[in-house]
Design a protein around this ligand. Structure first.
Ligand SMILES: [Cu+2]
Length: 319
């Protein structure tokens, strides 16, 4: 397996030589250079009826579950076309098989401005909601975190209302980062799956052939990956031999997890080869490999009690 040196790459980006003063002045004088891009996303906080275990079983242990144990009403981040006219898929065709949890994968490149147009469509609970982003630059008015006496409309968007968050991807924003509800409804929202990821490329960095989002989070009595529990319900990620595969891994909630993939290794930031990595609440990590191991593999959290409570899925590599 040819490891892709994710950590090395990120460090290299930060070692870009300082910009000469004359060039820096020119950049200041022309802030709207042709390379500056504005990326727009329309996102709704949308009520859905969510099923954590659609096939109603843990296929490995043979345990059966009923809809009464696995279905509940919740609110999720859903991607929309311009002006929230029609719903779009949260992830592109290269991703997994989930379309509500996690929320839209917000893609950008260093130097981009991001305008995230958010609409609270929560007609079920009629709670306030917000979006709070890690890893990017913004003013306090785009923080999306509720602080009585200080925060504004960004932190508590009322049902039926909208807010546009203004973000910028800096040279220190490369990689994947969480976003989540940080309003007064934060606790219920996160427990119900209201979180997603930003994926930011460095200058000149190519998109991978496949990009998989793995979010570890507890949900009710289960431990879920992208809001689903047990093989056959959690995402089945697929790739082909020869493709560049990127894994975006994140944890939400109050527990630590250990991400593990069978039959593969990757190069960590410290230069070691790993097949397991610990991750805590709101932490993320990203790595790539060049796929050359066909077969049907498992990926899972290696905290045994989490794995037994559903935190396990299938990764399929075709020739
Ligand atoms: Cu875990």
């Amino acid at each position: 397996m040819e490891a892709w040196r994710a950590g090395t790459y990120v460090q290299d980006l930060r070692r870009i030589p300082p910009v000469p003063a004359v060039v820096a002045l020119a950049l200041l004088a022309f802030p709207c250079a042709a390379s500056a891009r504005t990326v727009n996303y329309w996102v709704g906080a949308k009520p859905v009826t969510w099923n954590m275990i659609p096939n109603e079983r843990d296929a490995i242990m043979g345990t059966r579950y009923t809809a009464a144990e696995t279905v509940f009403p919740t609110v999720v981040y859903r991607r929309y076309s311009r002006g929230w006219k029609r719903p779009l898929r949260n992830v592109g065709s290269v991703g997994g098989n989930q379309n509500y949890i996690p929320g839209p994968l917000l893609r950008a490149r260093v130097g981009d401005r991001l305008l995230i147009h958010f609409k609270n469509m929560d007609t079920t609970f009629r709670r306030v909601h917000s979006m709070h982003f890690h890893g990017v630059h913004y003013r306090p008015s785009s923080d999306g975190a509720y602080l009585p006496g200080f925060s504004g409309r960004d932190a508590a968007v009322k049902p039926g209302h909208t807010y546009t968050y203004r973000l910028r991807a800096g040279s220190d924003s490369v990689g994947v980062w969480p976003y989540h509800d940080h309003s007064q409804s934060m606790e219920e929202s996160i427990a119900g799956g209201m979180y997603g990821m930003l994926s930011i490329l460095g200058p000149g960095q190519q998109r991978p052939d496949r990009e998989f989002e793995v979010v570890f989070a507890p949900m009710g009595q289960f431990q879920t990956i992208d809001g689903r529990a047990f093989v056959g319900n959690t995402p089945v990620f697929t790739s082909r031999v020869g493709e560049t595969v990127q894994w975006d891994v994140m944890a939400m909630g109050s527990e630590h997890h250990t991400f593990h993939v069978h039959g593969h290794r990757w190069r960590a930031a410290d230069g070691t080869d790993r097949d397991t990595q610990t991750i805590g609440p709101a932490e993320t990590f990203v790595f790539r490999w060049h796929e050359d191991d066909p077969g049907t593999w498992l990926y899972h959290c290696h905290v045994e009690s989490h794995m037994m409570a559903g935190m396990i899925g299938i990764y399929r590599v075709r020739r």
